[in-house]
Design a binder for this molecule. Structure first.
Ligand code: ZN
Length: 77
């Protein structure tokens, strides 16, 4: 098959980005759909998700720490 680089319009920022032959191979190997977002928006989305996960983790840690502190006052943070 004769592949060539594709240009895809990002659904978030409407910027056209390049979907390279190498990436196409990667997506095909992993049975993934072609990306809908440009790398920047993908990164932003990923960061958003990580931030949310991070926040949840921090809250859980905080809860744990609070409970811990209530039982021992010598805990170093
Ligand atoms: Zn974008």
């Amino acid at each position: 098959m004769n592949r060539h680089n594709l240009y895809i319009k990002c659904v978030d920022c409407q910027t056209e980005f390049i979907f390279t032959i190498g990436e196409q191979g990667f997506y095909e190997d992993h049975k993934l759909y072609p990306p809908k977002r440009c790398p920047l928006c993908r990164k932003a989305k990923k960061r958003e998700r990580q931030d949310a996960e991070h926040r949840i983790k921090q809250e859980q840690n905080y809860e744990r720490r609070k409970q811990h502190e209530e039982s021992s006052e010598n805990t170093l943070l």
